[in-house]
Design a protein around this ligand. Sequence first.
Ligand code: BGC
Length: 719
Amino acid sequence: MLLLLTVSSVAQKTDKNEIKNKPWMNTGLSPDQRADMVLKELTLDEKIDLIHGQGMPGWGGPSNPLSYLGNGGAGFVLGVERLGIPIIQISDAAYGVRNSADNGRWSTALPSNLASASSWDPDAACQYGALIGHELRAQGYNMSLGGGVDITREPRNGRTFEYMGEDPVLSGTMVGNRIKCEGEQHVISDIKHYALNDQESGRTEVNVNIGKRAMRESDLLAFEIGVETGHPGAVMCSYNLLNGVYACQNKYLLTEVLRNDWKFPGFVVSDWGATHSTEASSAAGLDNQQPLGEFYGDKYKAAVKSGKIPMAELDEHVRRILRTEFALGLVDHPIKKEAIDVEADLAVARSIAEHSIVLLQNKNNILPLDHSALHSVAIIGEKADFGMISGGGSAQVDAPGPPAGWQAHVWYPTSPLKAVRAKLPNAEVKFDSGANPDTAAELARKSDVAIVFAHQWESEGMDLPDLSLPNNQDKLIEAVAAANPKTIVVIESGTAITMPWVDKVGGIVEAWYAGAKGADAVADILFGDVNPSAKLPMTFPRSIEDLPYPTLRVPPPGSMGDDSSRHPEKAHATSSIEYKEGQNVGYKWYDSQQKPVLFPFGYGLSYTTFAYSDLKVVNGEPAIVTFTLKNTGTRVGEEVAEVYAGLPAAADEAPKRLVGWSKVKLEPGQSKEVSVSVPAKYLSIFDEGQNGWKLLPGEYTFMVGGSSQDLPLKASTKY
Ligand code: BGC
């Protein structure tokens, strides 16, 4: 090993000057031209090296003598050192860089992806991506596995926190902005899991059945917008089967839609263990197998040699990988590990959290809390003296300290108790863990205000049995609220929760998984130092009975079916799902079924109030929707002004869909004219016959307001 290292570093020294003068190092050429030049120089073995990974620590598979070249992340792809093509060092990076504790590094845990979607702020999504991009580079990585955007069809999905909610326009826009700014840091950005990996149970063995129109208008639209906005370097194909074919060998997904319709120029990488074949995957459009090369190593080489796979097909996969490395600057900006400015990144995490926390209920203006009027506060909830919980699985960003195992509950040392005490230096702020509801209620009774920090933990590799708070927390909240009606519940969750106590408490704040600075951000909201401005990116149903499927669709709950990802030769569908709600996911489903909900999509309160007036719509491409927004309260505030459209009568379409929004900051009393442009695609249906978007002729109703169920302005226009 020592000898190998010496030889390769000598080789590198000799090559560096020569490489600089190679024609493909000319940055004036396009990524495609540069990739073509390199491609011509490659041997068959070098090409094969580029189309598969070299293993993930702990994944199993044959031990690899080259593993010392890895950086400790999810894996790596060999470079071609003699030609100046770097190793692709890959890390998971959903809400921060994973595995930092393992490697003795620092990663900033941002609020969850779902929280980020709640800000409805594309600039904040950009900051989110930029932070992750630069922390990846600083730690020695040049490829991210973030960018999850499977839409929330199944709120019990254990990965809901890793995604961007239930609406394709919101989630596609937010993920696209994250990806764009992540890529600007010279990392290969990624969008995943393509497609319809909308629950974890049986994820590697479930066949998802859904029509083309339904998927193009829902899950695939989120990807389409994400790809066109963010230009990710890679698309990760998912574990599941779609309409009978595994996603990573699904020609419809990988070629017909991704390449032909969306003109995606980057490469397709398989989810870890989601490749099941050599020839079929290659022909369908899979470019890179991860984490190993069972199908894209020796077997692929043999298939090329025997003529079963044409060299041109292999070249196409290699070209896409190379052009992506050029396009995202991996070749021109080699990785340089460096220190992270921890304080600066924590400040970003805090600001994103402050824009992501949703105020759901504020009876009698119990919030913001008045510093001067409070003498005693009860802080109640498991670990609320210590920290706040985070989402698990491959998204997990380690908290400082020793690494936690797969599916451990990880709490960040961002202490709600300390954050509230810091706001109230002269009051008594006492803590009760809530383990015994009676003692917690007793403390609440003696306090001016009780704040319960409730949590619901989620992770990859599991689905929730239902949406209720675990560990008797509902009972705890009931007991505390009975003792003191001035009770505020702060929820740390990865998805919607049900709230049997909703009418009994004064305030409800959805903090999501709020990241490394969560407690400070929550305290800023509770005390009014920050005026809440976030809105729900998913519906909170009244009960799981109101979901399209009251019981999880894939038995047995909790099984990922990982046997088939680790033993891909055995893979086959063992269950199936018919997505009966079709394109009408989330609020579109509740609207079309006329089911009341607990809190609707797009809902969130502020400490000020807003009035909407003067709607005008000019149709065209794009349609321009203009209206006046006024801050009618007494505090400066930001409003997410939402625009929905109802289509001309069309079978299977919901009464309305989100088509745009604007987040606007206004001083008290200030008004502003707001314009939102709406691309024709967002008003269209997907026409399977013509394989394209089609604007139906007829009358369109535009609706504008502060939530999907509070739309005071309406105007119609004909197309
Ligand atoms: C997950 C991916 C992740 C990969 C590598 C898979 O189990 O589904 O999201 O990027 O592992 O850790």
